[in-house]
Design a protein around this ligand. Structure first.
Ligand SMILES: [Zn+2]
Length: 204
C-alpha cells in the first residue's frame, strides 16, 4: 500500500474515532439517561448526584478524547502514527474493561457492540500505524542509528555500535547532507561522501 494512502486511511480512522467520541461525549453530557442509562443501571445506584457527577466527568473525557482525535488527524504522519498507537492502547484497555464487566447486574444493555467497536479501532489503528511506520522507515533508512548515535556514549560508538549505513539511496531512501570541509558533502546517516555543496540544497 502507498504511504500516502495509508496516511489518509489513518486520518479517516482518527476522524471517525473523533466524531464518535465527541458525539458520544456531547450526547451523554446532555442526555445521560438516554445514552449511558441504556448501558448501565443509573437509577438505584446509591447517591444520584454522585453517579451523575462521575458520568459527567466521563462525558467530558469523551469530548476531550474526540477533540484530540480530530486535531491529530491533521498532524504530520510521523505524529499521527504515535497518536494511533496510544489510541489503540486506549481502545484495548476499554475493551478489556468491558469484557471483564460482563455479567454484572447493573449492566443492562448489550455489551457486545461496544467490545466490537473497540476491537475494530484497535486493529485499524495498529495495522495502519504499522504499515505507515514501515513506509517511513524504508524512505529514511539508518535514521534510527543516527538517533542512537546522538544518545550513546562515545566509546560505544567507537566500538562500531550504531554505525552509519552503507548508502541511503541504495537502501531506497534519501541522503541528509552536511558540510564536511567546504567542498565535500557528507551524509549524517550513511558513509557516502560526494563532491559539491549539497547541504546548501538540502537546507532549502
Ligand atoms: Zn545517506
Amino acid at each position: 500500500m502507498q504511504i500516502q494512502t495509508t496516511g489518509k486511511l489513518l486520518s479517516i480512522v482518527l476522524l471517525v474515532d473523533g466524531v464518535v467520541s465527541l458525539g458520544f461525549g456531547l450526547a451523554s453530557w446532555f442526555a445521560p439517561h438516554a445514552t449511558l442509562g441504556t448501558i448501565v443501571a443509573i437509577k438505584g445506584a446509591g447517591s444520584d448526584s454522585l453517579i451523575m457527577s462521575a458520568l459527567g466527568a466521563l462525558s467530558l473525557m469523551y469530548v476531550l478524547l474526540g477533540t484530540i482525535c480530530l486535531v491529530s488527524a491533521a498532524l504530520p504522519l510521523a505524529y499521527r502514527i504515535r497518536f494511533a498507537v496510544v489510541l489503540a492502547l486506549g481502545h484495548l484497555a476499554m475493551e478489556l474493561k468491558g469484557l471483564n464487566e460482563f455479567g454484572h447486574d447493573w449492566l443492562i444493555g448489550n455489551p457486545w457492540p461496544d467490545v466490537v467497536i473497540h476491537s475494530v479501532f484497535v486493529i485499524a489503528y495498529l495495522v495502519l500505524a504499522g504499515i505507515a511506520w514501515r513506509g517511513i522507515a524504508s524512505t529514511l533508512p539508518y535514521r534510527w542509528r543516527t538517533r542512537m548515535r546522538e544518545r550513546l556514549p562515545w566509546f560505544l560508538i567507537r566500538l562500531g555500535i550504531a554505525g552509519k549505513g552503507r548508502d541511503c539511496e541504495a537502501a531506497g531512501g534519501t541522503h541528509d547532507w552536511y558540510n564536511v570541509d567546504g567542498n565535500k558533502s557528507g551524509c549524517y546517516h550513511c558513509v557516502v561522501l560526494k563532491p559539491g555543496q549539497l547541504w546548501e540544497r538540502s537546507d532549502a
